[in-house]
Design a protein around this ligand. Sequence first.
Ligand SMILES: NC(=O)c1ccc[n+]([C@@H]2O[C@H](COP(=O)([O-])OP(=O)(O)OC[C@H]3O[C@@H](n4cnc5c(N)ncnc54)[C@H](O)[C@@H]3O)[C@@H](O)[C@H]2O)c1
Length: 296
Amino acid sequence: MNVAVLGGGIMGGGIAQISACAGHGVWVLDVTASQLDRTRATIEGSLARLARKETLTLAECQAALSRLRFTTELTDAVQKADTVVEAVPEDLSLKQEIVAEVADEAPAHCLLATNTSQLSITAIGGTLGEDAQRLVGMHFFNPPVIMRLVELIAGLETTAETLERAEAFAHSLGKETVVCLKDVPGFLTTRCSVILRLECMRMLEEGLASAEDIDKALRLGFNHPMGPLELGDLVGLDTFLDSADALAEVHGDRFRAPAVARNLVAAGRFGRKTLRGVYEYDDDGRRLDPSGDSST
Ligand SMILES: NC(=O)c1ccc[n+]([C@@H]2O[C@H](COP(=O)([O-])OP(=O)(O)OC[C@H]3O[C@@H](n4cnc5c(N)ncnc54)[C@H](O)[C@@H]3O)[C@@H](O)[C@H]2O)c1
């Protein structure tokens, strides 16, 4: 199968890598050659790690790399594509534009998938006319190389055949799927992860426990690999707040962010990327414990 991945960032790079490992021919599109160089280097580094762990052989890594091509021209990427996955930034008008361009340039049978975390699939395909029938939400998780789930979302016009094709593509990548049958912002998983982090922030604001203990409770009590607060620092609290605000518009007050979240963002404390969020970090991004020592 020919796959095109639009956007070679955190998610697009990973989706391209697992598609190439699954034997698909893959084009990766991004806006600059320098970003594509970074995407290629990230994929090479990730494949090298998988080879060191003996998850893949060197020959399999080489074969995957040989299936990847990189371009800044949309036509090159999609003109022979059977499946396109868009993973450009979470901006409705950008996604609408790029999906409309792909519908014009790609073959008429091509599956159109969007990796949006929470935007309406129907709105992304709002200008597509009949082509909206082959648009589907394929929500991969970070990092796509490791996380086992792909959440499929049907837009209002998405056909059963399109959903089946998306499911088959996800299975070809070795992923499990769940289907969100209605196109409601936040789908199944983003709603859950946002509400959990909001509740942890409310507990922090109420002074119920330290951030460390709230995260530890979720890690050790529920087997979460990371606590919701530390994960929020990793994702970026600015991005998280945008996400909560957008969900509050649709789902109401239960998604209203508490003052602690707004204040952190207003102070420019976005998390790891600014070295301060709920926690503080040293210049290498390692967390400082309250006594000032580097810990994780
Ligand atoms: N990061 C996550 O944890 C995560 C998880 C699930 C879903 N998502 C979703 O995946 C999508 C991408 O997120 P990301 O974290 O990979 O973002 P990112 O910023 O890391 O990557 C986006 C890439 O798209 C490129 N781009 C921008 N405009 C483009 C255009 N017109 N054509 C081609 N490329 C373009 C950018 O240069 C960048 O490399 C978003 O919709 C996001 O909500 C993100």
